[in-house]
Write a protein that binds this ligand. Structure first.
Ligand SMILES: *Cc1c(COP(=O)(O)O)cnc(C)c1O
Length: 383
């Protein structure tokens, strides 16, 4: 998809590079109550449910804002006031769910793993077998902190076996990594327009099991008005309209982005493209001496983390700036334990962009006088 690169390529966890057509879809003003907009909005919601084959069981409730708004809405709506939430934590996004639940005044506890490891279903099963009883389990599908893919199917099976509800943050995986609501039991799953769906930021959504959403509405104990998914859904069903101003342009762009997902061949084709992007990135970076943090079995084809090189001439701010000058935007690391940086491989980019990024890294190392990207010590991948 070679388009004129007016903007730098965004090799980040979002917002991401989008197509010209997705951006062009925003060049219209549509009234929030106008049939032209309502038709787009209804189509987008239908298509998002269809992506997980949830037509029989789930509904899509959109919410204005970034992805975290949807996560907070999901926790506030589905963790009952007198319920208990268990969060599986192996990175910053899991920790964020704990913080949100605490702010909402919900009873919450965490099971934790290091940031370079996947969460373990067996440990979840051991905890669920004990008191006090857990009503809801929350997990991040792809933990974007390091790029770890968590075993969602196994987590869902264990959670269902113990009769708890599963709440998924699928922000950085939705649209590429497979989720099938017919086989994988989940109460709610939150995602946003601007990651693997390749739309623009401004709208997020939660796919909710209809019966549980309605039960949450009857409980009526969501602590926020704007982030009450049951109320948002009830209004949409009753009037076809949002309670508060919808991001009309963003939703039109998402509709266009969903056309492109379909044209590409759906999530399997998108996943294949991202896998190839990731392969080119890892191979190229390894050839320069860099070491990916994660072992291949848990590396999601979304974003890779690299420890900073041992060479004292390496400076991340300089590295970032020199890559930016060459048209590639990367991302600082988010690891708590060591300095690192991240390079994403999602968005409207293909192999030629990834090869260009690796070539730019090689050039920038030479400019900085850094002979090798090798870190001070072997990281997790070698262990
Ligand atoms: C991007 C992301 C979010 C949402 O972040 P926002 O900045 O609020 O859009 C949440 N969880 C995960 C795993 C993410 O990758």
């Amino acid at each position: 998809m070679p388009e004129i690169p007016l903007d730098p390529w965004l090799l980040t966890p979002g917002p991401l590079t989008t197509s010209a057509a997705v951006k062009a879809a925003m060049l219209h003003d549509r009234g929030s109550r106008d049939p032209a907009f309502l038709e787009i909005e209804a189509r987008v919601r239908r298509r998002l449910v269809a992506l997980v084959h949830g037509e029989e069981s789930h509904v899509c409730v959109p919410i204005q804002g970034s992805g975290t708004f949807a996560v907070e809405a999901m926790l506030g709506t589905f963790v009952p006031r007198d319920g208990r939430l268990l969060v599986l934590v192996n990175g910053a996004y899991g920790r964020r769910m704990v913080t949100i639940a605490q702010r909402l005044g919900r009873s919450v506890e965490a099971l934790e793993w290091p940031e370079d490891r996947a969460v373990e279903p067996e440990a979840l099963a051991r905890r669920l077998a004990r008191a006090p009883a857990i009503d809801r389990v929350a997990v991040v599908h792809c933990e974007t902190t390091a790029g770890v893919l968590n075993p969602l199917e196994e987590i869902a099976a264990v959670t269902a076996r113990f009769g708890a509800g599963l709440l998924v943050d699928a922000m950085s995986s939705f649209g590429a990594l497979p989720v099938d609501a017919r086989a994988l039991p989940f109460t709610a799953l939150a995602a946003s327009a601007n990651k693997c769906l390749e739309g623009v930021p401004g709208v997020a959504f939660v796919l909710c099991r209809r019966e549980e959403l309605e039960a949450a509405g009857r409980r009526g104990d969501a602590p926020s008005l704007v982030l009450d998914l049951a109320d948002q859904y009830a209004a949409l069903e009753r009037t076809g309209q949002w309670r508060f101003t919808p991001p009309t342009h963003v939703i039109a762009a998402l509709d266009r982005a969903l056309d492109e997902l379909e044209a590409e061949g759906g999530p399997p084709a998108r996943l294949a493209r991202y896998r190839e992007n990731m392969r080119i990135l890892l191979e190229g970076m390894r050839a320069l001496g860099f070491e990916p943090l994660l072992s291949p079995e848990i590396q999601a084809p979304i974003i890779a983390t690299f420890a900073v090189p041992a060479d004292p001439r390496f400076s991340f701010p300089r590295f970032y700036e020199l890559l930016r000058e060459r048209g590639y935007v990367i991302y600082p690391g988010k690891l708590t334990r060591e300095p690192s940086f991240r390079i994403g491989c999602i968005g409207r980019i293909g192999p030629e962009v990834m090869r260009g990024a690796v070539a730019a890294v090689r050039e920038v190392l030479a400019v900085m006088g850094v002979a090798s990207g090798a870190p001070a010590r072997a990281t997790g991948a070698a262990a």
